[in-house]
Write a protein that binds this ligand. Sequence first.
Ligand SMILES: [Cu+2]
Length: 118
Amino acid sequence: MKKRVGSFAGLALLIAIAFLTVVSSSIQASAERPPAATADVKIDNFAFTPQTLTVAVGTTVTWTNRDDIPHTVVSTDGAFKSKVRDTDETFSFKFEKAGTYSYFCSVHPKMTGQVVVH
Ligand SMILES: [Cu+2]
């Protein structure tokens, strides 16, 4: 009888260890997951930098106006359109689908850029 109790305790201990191992490895996995992908485009001196940005699907791109005059960020196919951005104001858009997105500044249409998503 004593022996049976001992083996039951041993089994319970094994189950507890297995459970803790699973829990701790899943905690580690979530801690190691990379943060949401982001990328930045600077608007400076009447230009988008980089002019062509290549990102992975799911990336949020943030444009920041570093000029002392207002600009906009407007997709040529209507995928996104910012309001007028003054100095140090930003505009963000999350690219959920692969493709090549051309855009321009509606205030200065010669200012153009591209986001390549794949
Ligand atoms: Cu502009």
